[in-house]
Design a protein around this ligand. Sequence first.
Ligand code: MSP
Length: 471
Amino acid sequence: MNKTYITTAIPYVNGVPHIGHAMDYCLADVFARYHRLLGDEVRLQAGVDEHGNKIYQKSEELGLSVEDYVNGNTKKFKDFIAKLNISYTDFIRTTDSDHQRRCQEIWRRLADHIYKAKYEGWYCSGCERFITQKECDENGGICPDHQKPYEELEEENYYFRISDFKDRIREAIESEEMLILPEFRKKEMLKLLEDSPDVSISRSVEHLTWGVPVPGDETQVMYVWMDALSNYITVLGYPDEDIKDWWPAAAQFVGKDILRFHAIIWPAILLGLGLPLPRVILSHGFVLSNGQKMSKSIGNVVDPVEVIDKYGLNAFRYYFLRHIDTFVDSDFTWEKFESAYNNELANDLGNLVQRLATMAKKNGIKLEKQPTFEFDNKYKELMDKFEFSKAFDFVWEKVQSLNKRIDDEKPWILAKNGEKEKLEECLNGIIDDLLNTNYMLSPFIPDTTEKIFEVFDGEINPPSTPLFPKN
Ligand code: MSP
């Protein structure tokens, strides 16, 4: 059996889960479910990033102990992942003692590439990133993403010698040994790699104590990204356990803002440990609202929990996976969502199932055979290329063509004329195609497709309430 390992970015727990966080989870979940249908044994990791300045500062502001603060928020993220019906198999908290101990061992194993030096420069705790003088000048000293002045730092740190691995990383990206998707991001990363200096990978405890202690040096804790990136292998048990059945990952899902860490520091860590590089790093776009970044001050934040509570999880997943493009920024607005809900889910799919099942039941139609499920070549090709929103479009065209087929073949006329055999053949043919289409929909909207399979499972029983009730 093929073993497939898939990862998601672990969010900082400095707030409640927001709609953008759903992106990594949903995309990785589709890929995981698709691979299970292909017969693979799949491990899907999820988790939370609990260290760093940003979280520590937030807990202080709230007057809470940092431990209580992360415990409370981590629970909210876990609940959110469950609410999205993400089929994860492993959950990691970066405060887990196993994770911390394993990170320290990873540090020891990288010792040949680590040196001590003085850091004098800028830091953005919103980005949790060291900022070069050039970048600071370009942005006039203020982080464009967080609208906060960069902090000035002067401290003795440990550095990771990225330069030891640059050639190897470039070669891996160019040869697609480590495929970066989409293509335009791959080009960005190759450019960034050229200009990448060695990175500081620790913080002095004078400035930050909330992190994994650097082994053998009480005055330093690890830079949050060293600790966070390692999660992808510590969760598998590395280095205590042999991870070769699962590593390298088949695909790692991350947002465009954090691709740089995954395309440069992460492969350098893996190469330093003598481990293979992930096969694919997929960088998705951002969820926007009316073309703008969602922000509390603009007042355009869409709460995913509100959407799910009002319309159901599968309506949320539908919109998210079809109308939010896999690779580029896309809008989530109530208006667009509601139009997709009514015109597509309720009209195209909900009505199709209702219509077909009601007609079949009324005319005493029996299903001739169990359908044989298979993927259309085009669907498989798109899924294998991670073009999920396009694959979803492709399956939706099938849903629409089934509605058209009913209109064209007019089974109600066959029923009216008493042409039982023809009617049976016609409905059986359409139901068979519907179930195969349903199969291809199942990685995207698994609860809905399960209900549809139940409707046509032996006895045909039309849904007692519409699959997508109109509001
Ligand atoms: N803790 C780091 C990730 C460490 S992975 C080893 C982090 N956390 S985050 O909470 O800021 O972001 C978590 C994920 O959510 C990232 O993949 C990020 O790109 C994604 N998103 C955050 N806001 C987003 C949108 N508005 N839209 C889509 N995804 C976005 O970075």
